[in-house]
Design a protein around this ligand. Structure first.
Ligand SMILES: [Fe+2]
Ligand SMILES: [Fe+2]
Length: 338
């Protein structure tokens, strides 16, 4: 008989769902860059899928403690949940436009199909919580969804490589959003919402991890071009759909005042960790548009990491946990999410 508590089961699924996939240097061959990239993505997708199937799948019906639903969360929290659900609602645009762009890459196209399935659960489960907690009626949800229908998300970048830089940043930002909101739900004593957000954040974290590995593969094969794309994307980065959602300014303000997401969170918990994680050289860091002081600080940190690696004090793992509570104790971890 399995004696693990439910929390332990979730903890295992959340952490080991990713931690058996260490960062490994790309095996550079004599094949063309395109062929090597394709090989990388196909293999990365197979590994991603296998791990997702065996350890990260969750069920809306069975893995949320719906029996414990309450209305303890604040109206501010409900507004944020509703806003995040609205961002997830543009899934048809995200899936078909990104898949179209990466269609020639079997690995990336298959990933997008699986990504679409995982993302489709997010707005469903958020809406379900809104309704079951009594925060919104079915009619209110339907009315809000109708108000979104006229808008259409457009690809923010043109090339597949720029788009993977974008989705890498965006997925980490989304993961940070949900993790911060989960902490808020926990502090308000909303067990059900906290569980919803834990699963959703675990998915977002896995998405980020796939994309960051992809960007790293591009970095190894074409560092110069990839750094240019990273800079370009950071210079033009905005979260998806914000321009498309009615009254986003007010919603954005609520989200920022709640400490869930805003420019400060973006700079400290998204932009900076993403750049640090890419382990760029000083020269490359200068190319990303950072200030001299930031370049100095990040490069010094990376030098220290490399030295520790050389001395064998540091394992070559970067595990992005949804919360430090779920970090695997055996791993050396760079946590990008507080
Ligand atoms: Fe999502
Ligand atoms: Fe995602």
């Amino acid at each position: 008989m399995d004696t693990k508590t439910e929390d332990q089961v979730i903890q295992t699924q959340l952490t080991q769902g990713r931690s058996d996939w260490p960062d490994e240097p790309l095996k550079i061959t004599t094949a063309s860059i395109d062929a090597q990239i394709e090989d990388f993505f196909y293999e990365a997708y197979l590994r991603y899928f296998k791990t997702a199937e065996s350890r990260r799948r969750w069920s809306i019906d069975h893995d949320i403690p719906w029996a414990e639903i309450t209305d303890t969360a604040s109206e501010t929290t409900a507004i944020i949940v509703e806003s995040f659900s609205a961002v997830e609602m543009f899934l048809p645009d995200y899936t078909h436009k990104i898949t179209d762009l990466v269609r020639k890459s079997r690995g990336r196209a298959l990933f997008q199909a699986n990504w679409g399935y995982e993302e489709s659960k997010h707005s469903m489960v958020l809406d379900m919580w809104l309704e079951r907690s009594g925060k919104r009626t079915e009619d209110q949800i339907a009315e809000f969804e109708r108000s979104l229908l006229g808008a259409e998300w457009k690809l923010p970048f043109e090339s597949p490589r720029q788009m993977i830089c974008y989705t890498m940043i965006q997925e980490l930002a989304t993961g940070v959003n949900y993790t911060n909101l989960r902490e808020r739900a926990e502090s308000e004593g909303d067990v059900c919402l906290a569980r919803v957000l834990r699963w959703v954040a675990a998915d977002e974290s896995a998405h980020y991890n796939f994309f960051r590995k992809g960007v790293k593969a591009f970095m190894e094969l074409d560092p110069e071009g990839t750094v240019k794309d990273i800079k370009w994307v950071f210079d033009h980065f905005t979260m998806p759909a914000h321009a498309l959602i009615p009254e986003w300014d007010e919603r954005g303000q609520v989200i920022e005042e709640a400490g869930v997401y805003g420019p400060k969170v973006y700079l400290g918990k998204v932009r900076r960790p993403v750049i640090e994680d890419l382990a760029l050289t000083r020269e490359q860091l200068r190319g990303t548009g950072l200030t001299d002081a930031e370049v100095q600080e990040i490069a010094d940190k990376e030098d220290e990491r490399q030295e520790a690696l050389r001395l064998g004090q540091y394992k070559r793992f970067t595990t992005i946990a949804t919360s430090p509570r779920y970090q695997h104790p055996q791993r050396t971890v760079i946590s990008t999410i507080p």
